[in-house]
Design a protein around this ligand. Structure first.
Ligand code: ADP
Ligand code: MN
Ligand code: MN
Ligand code: MN
Ligand code: MN
Length: 359
């Protein structure tokens, strides 16, 4: 056992005592928001005198923000409340939007615009399901658990201590999300050893983005406890095939009803005409990450050309086999990268498939 893991496990034992101290009516609320670059999360905690029972019981708060080189003050506006799976009930986690002193959303706040678009298409009852892949690294920067000889064999859904590393992390994250109230629906081991996936959904409208960002926050916190780092880098190991995506499944009420396959095909046709516009907003770096991720190798499609097929994993957009058989259901856009902003992806899908406005 390394000194690091030894001291980590000692700290966690000591911590139990403090967490078990009796508390009064107060409630600790952790505010969570997306940073200036739109990729990482930040948080801070305050005490409320009593447990909030709904969102409006949680007041707005302020945070510092780096704006073109200067630090300014911004407002944190609570948008969705969850139970805190780390210090338990009655404590809360609250996801926030960031706005300036005039209530104008800050640049990286993609939620605000997405929420408006979701409101506009409310009658379509848009459902989303996102498959978040991530890769675990040690603090030494090496893939977690790998031996010096390098990458073990492909580990998709693998079982066995020599094939997958970090199942405890995946499982603890799953339980913590369920406790919190995140609509997580499954997990699996991914292509690389120490690479995992969890799925959130189906969620209607804006909830998809809210729950995925909260699931990411919980993942980073669980990983703190295990002394490892979860990376959402779409190309985590540059020399390898284990790229990381965030496949986004989408449906409307019509697509889910008998005869829905026709609506699915119509939507895919619209998507085929805006391939490059979508790729610009499907990762955290204006398409650069996907340019190196989507190489047509191993379950990825081409960055340059749009493709679609039934039950194929090497296309831009797939119609699952069971959906084709049933004649209704949903489709899967396999292009979003692991570090995408779900709000941006959801908005692009709705704008192209339902609104026909420019992405
Ligand atoms: P894959 O076979 O691509 O690995 P997964 O089982 O990992 O699929 O993920 C399927 C995703 O599809 C889940 O996030 C789930 O919530 C979502 N999903 C299921 N039904 C629908 C639907 N009708 N509309 C949108 N998303 C859906
Ligand atoms: Mn300070
Ligand atoms: Mn999956
Ligand atoms: Mn996967
Ligand atoms: Mn998938």
């Amino acid at each position: 056992m390394s000194v690091l893991s030894e001291s980590l496990s000692l700290h966690k034992t000591v911590r139990k005592h403090y967490l078990s101290l009796a508390s009064g009516a107060e409630c600790q609320v952790t505010y969570i928001w997306i940073d200036e670059a739109g990729e990482k999360l930040q948080c801070k905690t305050r005490t409320l005198n009593k447990e909030p029972t709904e969102l409006r019981d949680i007041p707005e708060w302020t945070a510092v923000w780096l704006d073109c080189g200067t630090l300014i003050e911004v407002t944190l506006v609570p948008v969705k409340m969850f139970r805190d799976p780390f210090i338990l009930d009655p404590n809360k986690l609250v996801l926030c939007e960031v706005v300036d002193s005039n209530c104008v959303p800050k640049g990286s706040n993609q939620r605000s615009q997405c929420a408006k678009v979701m409101e506009a298409v409310r009658e379509f009852q848009p459902w989303f399901g996102m498959e978040q892949e991530y890769t675990l690294f040690g603090l030494d920067g090496q893939p977690f658990g790998w031996l010096p000889q390098g990458c073990p064999a492909i580990a998709n859904c693998a079982v066995g201590i020599d094939k997958v590393f970090g199942r405890d992390i995946c499982n603890c994250h799953y339980k913590a999300c369920l406790y919190a109230g995140v609509r997580i629906c499954g997990t699996n081991a991914e292509a690389l050893a120490s690479q995992w996936e969890f799925q959130v959904g189906p969620c209607e409208g804006i909830e998809m983005g809210d729950d995925l960002w909260m699931a990411r926050y919980i993942l980073h916190r669980v990983c703190e406890d295990f002394g490892v780092v979860a990376s959402l880098d779409p190309n985590p190991i540059k020399c390898n095939n284990g790229t990381a995506g965030c496949h986004t499944n989408f449906s409307t009420k019509e697509m889910r009803s008998p005869g829905g396959l026709q609506y699915i095909k119509d939507a895919i046709k619209r998507l085929s005409k805006r391939h490059s516009q979508h790729l610009r907003v499907y990762d955290a770096h204006d398409g650069a990450d996907n340019m190196s991720r989507l190489t047509s190798q191993l379950s990825t499609s081409s960055y340059n050309d749009f493709s679609t097929a039934i039950a194929s994993r090497s296309v831009s957009v797939r119609i699952p086999g069971h959906v084709s058989q049933m004649g209704c259901g949903y489709f899967e856009d396999r292009r979003p990268a692991a570090n995408c902003d779900p709000y941006t992806v959801m908005r692009a899908l709705v704008e192209t498939c339902l609104l026909e406005t420019p992405v």
